[in-house]
Design a protein around this ligand. Structure first.
Ligand code: SF4
Length: 353
């Protein structure tokens, strides 16, 4: 449930007009705003702008329009060519979804983008934000477009204390109050331009802001405190011991099982990665003989930090053959093939006692 106090409708209406007037004068000249509102161009720009700045996306936008000026021409494009032209823009799943979507528009909609948010949402790669943005900007529907920039403006206007992402319900309710049916396509762009140039993350220019009179965060003198972010939870630590067993022909690596962390990749044999450090007496090395305690290193995964000790041993040919016989999933890897290992295991080679 949202817990914001809505503002008086007449007051919102007056400030909304003030922002649209400001947008008419100060709105940015962005390439995808030139000419008529073509849903293909607007969609292309929205996909490219995900996790990418406008300055970085603009040359790609021009290039794609030159190569594939319509959704039908993009749908007919060669996959490898599209991926190659996308190179450098990052997040390559976006390029694959771009092609899937273009083909769905041609196959299922006769080459025309559907006009409603609900229909757009069913297209590949369309999430709530993209569907709302295309519905509003291309088709003039008063859709509730909320991206990170509009979130910032809304959390400040209403001084929303709920940290994001949990506070997004309140942000949506706040943004809903401001929708402008008469200029539905301009409204989200006006908010985004305000967010980019005035309601900036740091040092917002409140004295230049046409919404200042209705801004709760400004009234409190703490605009920059919003949006409130959830405190970062500390990443847990796990401990392991990796066994670096070398022979004359290389080092022992294991083929990891297909699922889970680093599934299907090569790795060094190692103990379980657990929450408490290993005592030497608890470690069961995979072969007899003296292992050198080479040292330890850290590796940060998304969900935990690993502290891994390295135990090293040089084995004779017969010992290596015995290990390979005992472990079907182990192999001897040539010394210059360390790059076949993920970084978390490659680091073991650099550990110095
Ligand atoms: Fe943002 Fe300041 Fe305007 Fe409030 S007054 S919306 S904090 S720029």
């Amino acid at each position: 449930m949202a817990h914001i106090i809505l503002k008086a409708a007449g007051f919102v209406s007056r400030l909304r007009k003030a922002l649209l007037d400001w947008y008419d004068v100060h709105g940015r000249d962005l390439p995808w705003r030139e000419g008529e509102r073509d849903p293909y161009r607007i969609w292309l720009s929205e996909v490219m702008l995900q996790q990418t700045t406008t300055a970085h996306a603009a040359p790609y936008y021009h290039k794609f329009l030159r190569l594939w000026p319509t959704v039908a021409s993009l749908a007919a494009a060669d996959d490898a060519r599209v991926m190659a032209e996308w190179a450098g823009l990052g997040y390559y799943a976006r390029a694959r979804r771009l092609l899937e979507c273009a083909r769905a528009v041609v196959r299922d909609h006769g080459g025309r983008f559907p006009k409603t948010e609900a229909e757009l949402l069913r297209l590949p790669g369309f999430g709530p934000y993209t569907a709302a943005a295309v519905a509003a900007i291309a088709f003039g529907h008063p859709a509730n477009v909320v991206d990170g920039n509009i979130e910032r403006v809304m959390t400040r206007l209403y001084a929303i204390e709920a940290p994001l992402p949990a506070g997004r319900v309140e942000v949506r309710a706040a943004a809903e109050q401001w929708l402008a049916p008469e200029r539905a396509g301009d409204w989200p762009q006006a908010l985004m331009d305000l967010a980019a140039g005035v309601c900036r993350p740091k040092a917002p220019l409140c004295l230049l802001c046409p919404l200042r009179e209705g801004c709760d965060a400004f009234a409190r003198g703490e605009a920059e405190r919003f949006p409130v972010k959830a405190p970062k939870t500390a990443r847990p630590r796990r401990y392991g011991v990796a066994f670096l067993i070398t022979g004359d022909g290389g080092f022992i690596a294991e083929q990891r099982v297909g699922k889970g962390l680093l599934g299907g990749m090569l790795g060094l044999p190692h103990t379980e990665w657990r929450a408490t450090p290993w005592k030497d007496s608890e470690v069961g090395p995979p072969m007899a003989g003296d292992f050198e305690r080479a040292g330890a290193y850290e590796h940060v995964f998304t969900h935990f930090t690993l502290s891994q000790s390295v135990w090293r041993r040089h084995a004779g040919d017969s010992e290596i053959q015995e290990l390979l016989r005992l472990h079907n999933d182990w192999q001897l890897v040539a010394p210059d093939q360390q790059r076949a290992l993920p970084t978390v295991f490659r680091k073991a080679f650099a550990v110095k006692p």
